[in-house]
Design a protein around this ligand. Structure first.
Ligand code: ATP
Ligand code: MG
Length: 418
């Protein structure tokens, strides 16, 4: 990609409502722009990060036998009435009518739609277990949208659902999602932990949350020295205490703030019973299917990753989700043919090695270009000016180190893929 064809929208100003670092940096680095309260458009640079995260999630879910689908975001009220959540869910559910006066809502989660989908095609134990997931926009009319994409009204979530003949089968699958989630968060190089959680208005009897540990997190976690533990709601019940302080005093557990990036639930038969999603067992008995559901906040992860990895100059992307692996920064290429052709040559070589490289061919000062790339957070820079064009070398700089070094062209690949 060349910047001449890949607009970057860095800016100096930040809106006053951008309280947390990740929100400020996402605006400054040109990743997102606000449309209205809790709604953001994703610009090219931001969308690439989303796509990297989605790819990691896809690979790990495919690996445990989960297949991708896509469901409509507008959902008919009848399904929510069947499950009982039309009344239970509250004002976070955005409801409206179509031209025929039929009631609908914008999907905040998809238990009803998936149960309806699966029950129509699945009638025998022979077809189970089934694991399906989608990555799509969800809408929740949050009372207090804030921190940019961290608590938005419209956001991208990966939601997976599993269907089983027995509780035992659900238990086994639930463990496989736990393992897949661990792999996902490790590949995203997030500093995370898994805790016991309550099920909120999704329901069911067992759930675990995955949290990125960060001071700006909205959730209170109580953890032991290995970072295992539970969220505050569970701790209150478990230790029969009603304040954080009293729980800490009673248990000696550590208090940390967390950003919830994933939540998995054993739903059991909550939805299948209400929505009559039955199968016939081997013994010819009719039973309600056992279900699990498994969410990951894709867009929230972008913000959480930035909260965890930045400095005073900007974002520092982990290699696995950086929008580009490296940037070629040309010094005055528009004025110097040798610089331009050397930079172009390096760009083509790296591209043919299937690396995601962005080449900054703008007519702008070197200082301004470097400032932009530090803000955007690309891990590695390849700098090309007069000296490098003459010596047939490049100057290499890592985002996290001060020093630069002049290296041979043959050594670039090694530096970038390291
Ligand atoms: P929270 O407690 O933060 O409101 P939740 O428990 O209501 O989240 P779930 O129903 O478990 O959320 O949704 C699955 C995942 O979707 C969450 O773990 C989170 O990462 C993400 N998510 C939920 N609400 C939002 C939101 N308003 N903006 C961005 N991501 C969200
Ligand atoms: Mg949750």
């Amino acid at each position: 990609m060349k910047v001449s064809n890949f607009p970057i929208f860095t800016q100096k100003d930040i809106p006053s409502e951008a309280e947390v670092t990740s929100h400020q940096l996402m605006i400054k680095a040109g990743m997102i722009r606000k449309l209205s309260s809790g709604q953001y458009s994703w610009l090219p640079m931001g969308l690439r990060v989303i796509q990297k995260i989605e790819q990691i999630i896809r690979e790990e879910l495919n690996d445990i036998g989960c297949s991708e689908i896509l469901m409509p975001s507008v959902q008919p009220a009848e399904l929510w009435k069947e499950s009982g959540r039309w009344d239970d869910y509250g004002p976070e559910l955005l409801r409206f009518k179509d031209r025929h006066d039929r009631e609908f809502c914008l999907g905040p989660t998809f238990e009803e739609v998936i149960t309806d989908l699966v029950k129509k095609d699945v009638s025998s134990y022979k077809q189970l277990p089934i694991n399906l997931f989608q990555i799509s926009s969800k809408f929740r009319d949050e009372i207090r949208p804030r921190f940019g994409v961290m608590r938005a009204r419209e956001f991208i979530m990966k939601d997976a659902y599993s269907f089983h003949e027995t509780q035992d089968c659900l238990d086994i699958t639930y463990e496989s999602y736990k393992a897949a989630y661990r792999k996902i968060f490790e590949r995203l190089t997030l500093d995370y932990t898994m805790v016991d959680a309550d099920s909120g208005n999704i329901g069911g009897n067992k759930s675990n949350e995955f949290h990125v540990i960060a001071d700006t997190g909205e959730d209170d976690l109580l953890l032991d020295e290995k970072l295992n533990g539970m969220n505050l709601e569970i701790a209150k019940i478990k230790y029969s205490e009603d304040s954080l302080e009293s729980i800490i005093k009673k248990t000696g557990l550590m208090h940390k703030k967390g950003i919830e990036v994933g939540h998995i639930f054993k739903l059991g038969q909550k939805y299948s019973e209400k929505m009559k999603a039955k199968i016939t067992t081997k013994e010819s008995k009719s039973v309600d299917m056992f279900m699990g559901c498994y969410g990951i906040g894709v867009t929230r992860i972008v913000a959480a990753a930035i909260e965890q990895s930045h400095d005073s100059n900007g974002i520092i992307w982990p290699k696995s989700i950086s929008p580009f692996e490296a940037v070629i920064v040309e010094i005055d290429g528009h004025k110097n043919n040798e610089v331009r052709s050397h930079a172009n040559e390096i760009y083509e070589t790296l591209r043919s090695s299937k690396l995601n490289i962005i080449y900054d061919d703008r007519d702008a000062s070197f200082g301004n270009k470097m400032k932009d790339w530090e803000l955007i957070g690309i891990p590695k820079s390849i700098i090309i000016g007069k000296k490098e064009a003459k010596n047939k070398t490049v100057t290499y700089k890592s985002r996290t180190e001060k020093d630069k070094s002049e290296i041979n062209v043959e050594d670039i690949l090694g530096k970038i893929t390291k």
